[in-house]
Design a binder for this molecule. Sequence first.
Ligand SMILES: Nc1nc2c(ncn2[C@@H]2O[C@H](COP(=O)(O)OP(=O)(O)O)[C@@H](O)[C@H]2O)c(=O)[nH]1
Ligand SMILES: [Mg+2]
Length: 225
Amino acid sequence: MLSTRVTVVIPTRDEEGLIGEIIDTARPYADEVLVVDGHSRDRTREIATAHEARVILDQGKGKGNALRLSIAEATGDILVFIDADGSHDPHDIPALVAPIKADQADMVVGSRGRGGSDELHGTIDQFIRYVGSQLIMLAINYRWHVRLTDSQNGFRAIRRDVAAQLGWTSNLTTIEQEMTMRALKRGFRVTEIASHEYERRWGASKVVVWKLWFAYGWSFLRNIF
Ligand SMILES: Nc1nc2c(ncn2[C@@H]2O[C@H](COP(=O)(O)OP(=O)(O)O)[C@@H](O)[C@H]2O)c(=O)[nH]1
Ligand SMILES: [Mg+2]
């Protein structure tokens, strides 16, 4: 058994609606709850502090920037990243960290391929996200001879010392695929558990998919080779 302190990292930007609930639900599974806030203009930071999370600010560059900052700020040996919009179920955290605690994995992704998603199917935007992420997943699987099913989900766990070695550069939501590709490239063990993705329960997504195709393409090309 590896040493097992878990820091749950929640990136937020204008998430006052659910942040308190997510902190409270994640707390039993966490030694530390760290909210990395993207300069919310609502009450997110105030509510997070009231719910006894540690709150720090990102550098205003995006979600990837927020997750990168958490590597140095967290005190846990394992980082669990979870969104603040109700898409991920904090009750899946024990399953997510179990393979790392058992020293069977260095990173574990909550897979929507295995657990299903209420956010990937139905509209043109969702179709683009779905097809794009599937194509990226295919390329990753053949490139590194793995059989993963989700290259993009933000709900995942990683050893903090491993995260620190990967040299992430993404400031945007491209952080997820970069994290997966860099971990595989360095020979770290990447596995998945089934995790269902729910529809965002409050507020609006910050990801505008048609504005990001270049960022995703570029991040993919830089990391796949
Ligand atoms: N710290 C920080 N968090 C962000 C930023 N942009 C988005 N987030 C958070 O990242 C999570 C996922 O964002 P969301 O917009 O739901 O993306 P989607 O789930 O891919 O549609 C949410 O908890 C957001 O509040 C940012 O610039 N900084
Ligand atoms: Mg979301």
